[in-house]
Design a protein around this ligand. Structure first.
Ligand SMILES: [Zn+2]
Length: 132
């Protein structure tokens, strides 16, 4: 007997043996195709509201609350943690190091104010990615 094929969702880790899921690479738990689940979420597509308001304040240069900063930081982290950034076949060692640096510096203990967020955004721009 051959082992049953299965897939593991890259987002939630759910294992599925459902032949349709395996063929389509679909996650019934996330209700999405794996290829879409791997993409980083962009704040403009958020429907929660709070992050969108925080991003508008950030982009307009208005004062940010601590809550705004933590929301923006969490947004940056989910964005840069997306596995999509590693899937560039042309990425060299310098590219991998740059990506690793962006992930390390996105930690909550570093992104504590607007200046730190600005600096991180500038680093991302240098690296060629833009979460805004
Ligand atoms: Zn899933």
């Amino acid at each position: 007997m051959s082992p049953q094929p299965y897939i593991v969702c890259p987002k939630c880790g759910m294992v599925s043996h459902n032949p349709n899921d395996v063929r389509e690479r679909y996650c019934g738990n996330c209700h999405g195709f794996h290829i879409d689940l791997l993409k980083p979420g962009y704040w403009m597509n958020e429907t929660g509201g709070e992050l969108v308001l925080a991003m508008h304040r950030y982009l307009k240069g208005q004062p940010l609350t601590l809550r705004d900063i933590s929301l923006i930081g969490a947004y940056i982290r989910q964005w840069i943690e997306s596995p999509v950034w590693e899937q560039n076949p042309h990425m060299d060692d310098a590219g991998r190091e740059g990506l690793a640096a962006l992930r390390v510096t996105a930690a909550a203990r570093f992104l504590t104010n607007r200046k730190a967020i600005d600096a991180w955004m500038a680093m991302a721009e240098d690296f060629g990615v833009d979460p805004l």
